[in-house]
Design a protein around this ligand. Structure first.
Ligand code: ADP
Ligand code: LRH
Length: 496
């Protein structure tokens, strides 16, 4: 079956890509067909996704995948979580989808708390309290003409899938990022929707990874030059679900860190943890491929560095990532650290100044140049990885012996080394395109080109990849002291 070709559409917050994957001689071989920038657009004060530009990139990518890799056996789509488009009664998109970093969700925490106390909400959804959640966005949109006119809500990958096939549906793993799904049975939560006044008829029927999701429309075949029929297969439509499926772990106790725009650090479980302790530690229970639970916390991730790079460029001081990381790697570590999980870093703009201000506020030296700021960001991320993985192990009762770092950050050797040192655990880095691997594997299994559960699929991945290994070095005491420092600052901020 080496003639099977699976196209993974993977839309990340910083770039979209279409990657062709095929099983060859017991390995999975990926070939990038097309990559395109994902640049948000602000109009009249609201930050939007350029959804049609992204869809254009998907069509170009499918054309390139067909041209490079041959006839497509199927297509699978995954994207970042939580965001959605609204359709009217004619199936037409109402406005441009709003970006989760838009400030419309400011103050929604209190609104939601009034309707449904946080403790109860956590028991019903198991989701981390974070303003990006669809629930916060829908609460902010209450009463708008757009929401009142809408007949259907489709999350980003489901919207792309709808445009490609004409079929409306919602894939389970992406639905689980809304804070409107019960993680115990994977159904829409009526109590949450009712408490917040959300019309449940907006939601499309649920499908699971591996389910059929339609076939490419004739107009799409024409635009992409593909020969039909080409089925679309539901994959882990949340990029983090596909990325965790694409973690090349063995049966040992493992944790994962999906490091791209965000750092998603946690463990894979069979059932959600909905305890009060877990809620207070702000852990999320998103749903994964094959009935798994992604028990993790969202950290600000390489967004901090992306935004610094953007700011330096705008100030006429552009930095190249490679040399910048090299300089940062030579600096003394843990000089200043910030809380890489703090909501204060969510919004775009002025990131180097905001990081410097956080250092100043907490009585630490301010980074003086791009290399020092980069070192502060990476030390802070490594430190946050340490805290989250320790909490994940404690709260889930899982032992963690190895940390798998996947996503674009797996290419950042300094981040991987610091994470190994901070966690005091071996780090296995790669693949950078874990979401595409997870996406392709689910499609390939559905088509009968590979078989087995997640352990067998991951074994196939290990045979396909060259992974980099980082052993922990240095003393744990300095990381423990830095962690205590961040913890103290967090408590002071909470009291202020
Ligand atoms: P997303 O899916 O959220 O768009 P990615 O997983 O593509 O993000 O990761 C993008 C990030 O990966 C970049 O912002 C950058 O920090 C990091 N990255 C990508 N390539 C490299 C590289 N060659 N060296 C170091 N870091 C890299
Ligand atoms: C990573 C991610 C993450 C969050 C955020 C919105 O790309 O999907 O898991 O949900 O984006």
């Amino acid at each position: 079956r080496s003639s099977s070709v699976f196209a993974a559409v993977d839309l990340g917050a910083s770039s979209g890509r279409v990657i062709a994957g095929r099983p060859v001689d017991g390995r999975i071989v990926l070939e990038e067909a097309h990559r395109f920038a994902n640049r948000p657009v602000r109009t009249r004060g609201t930050l939007h996704w350029d959804i049609l530009g992204l869809y254009r990139g998907v069509l170009d990518g499918l054309r390139a995948a067909g041209a490079k890799a041959g006839p497509l056996t199927s297509v699978g789509i995954d994207s970042w979580g939580v965001d959605y488009g609204l359709l009217d009664a004619d199936g037409v998109l109402l406005g441009n989808p709003v970006h989760y970093r838009d400030s419309r969700t400011d103050g929604m925490d209190a609104e939601i708390e009034r309707a449904l106390p946080a403790r109860e909400l956590y028991g019903l959804t198991g989701l981390q309290r974070i303003a990006i959640n669809t629930l916060y966005q829908l609460t902010a949109a209450r009463g708008t003409h757009q929401l009142e006119t809408a007949r259907r809500l489709l999350l980003t990958p489901d919207l792309i899938s709808y445009w490609l096939t004409g079929v409306e549906g919602t894939e389970l793993t992406i639905a689980s990022t809304t804070q409107l799904v019960d993680p115990r049975d994977g159904t829409w939560s009526r109590p949450v929707a009712e408490a917040l006044g959300i019309d449940m008829s907006l939601f499309a029927p649920m499908r699971r990874p591996g389910d059929p999701a339609g076939t490419l429309l004739p107009e799409v075949l024409e635009e992409t030059g593909l020969d039909g029929p080409v089925p679309v297969t539901a994959v882990g439509a949340h990029d983090t679900a596909s990325a965790v499926a694409g973690v090349p772990a063995g049966r040992e106790g493992f944790a994962y860190i999906c490091t791209g725009t965000w750092s998603l650090a946690g463990v894979e479980l069979d059932a959600p943890v909905l305890s009060e302790e877990s809620r207070l530690a702000n852990f999320t229970n998103e749903l994964g491929v094959d009935g798994t639970v992604r028990y993790l916390r969202n950290l600000m991730g390489l967004w901090l560095l992306q935004e610094c790079l953007r700011a330096w460029e705008a100030q006429g001081d552009p930095q190249e990532l490679g040399p910048l990381l090299e300089r940062a790697g030579k600096l003394p570590g843990l000089r200043s650290v910030v809380d890489a999980g703090a909501p204060e870093f969510l919004a775009p703009g002025g990131m180097p100044d905001r990081i410097a201000a956080a250092c100043r506020r907490t009585g630490q030296p301010e980074p003086r140049d791009p290399a020092e700021t980069t070192r502060c960001v990476l030390d802070s991320l490594a430190l946050a990885h340490r805290s989250v993985l320790a909490d994940a192990a404690r709260l889930s009762g899982r032992e963690v012996h190895t940390v798998h770092v996947v996503g674009g950050g797996a290419r950042n050797a300094l981040l991987c080394r610091l994470t190994a040192d901070a966690c005091g655990l071996p780090v296995v880095a790669g693949p950078a395109e874990a979401a595409a691997y997870g996406n392709v594997l689910v499609q390939a299994r559905t088509a009968g080109a590979v078989s087995g559960g997640l352990p067998e699929l991951r074994a196939l991945l290990r045979d396909s990849l060259e992974l980099r290994h980082y052993e922990p070095t240095g003393d744990q005491a300095s990381w423990a002291r830095a962690a205590a420092r961040v913890h103290e600052h967090g408590k002071e901020a909470a009291c202020a």
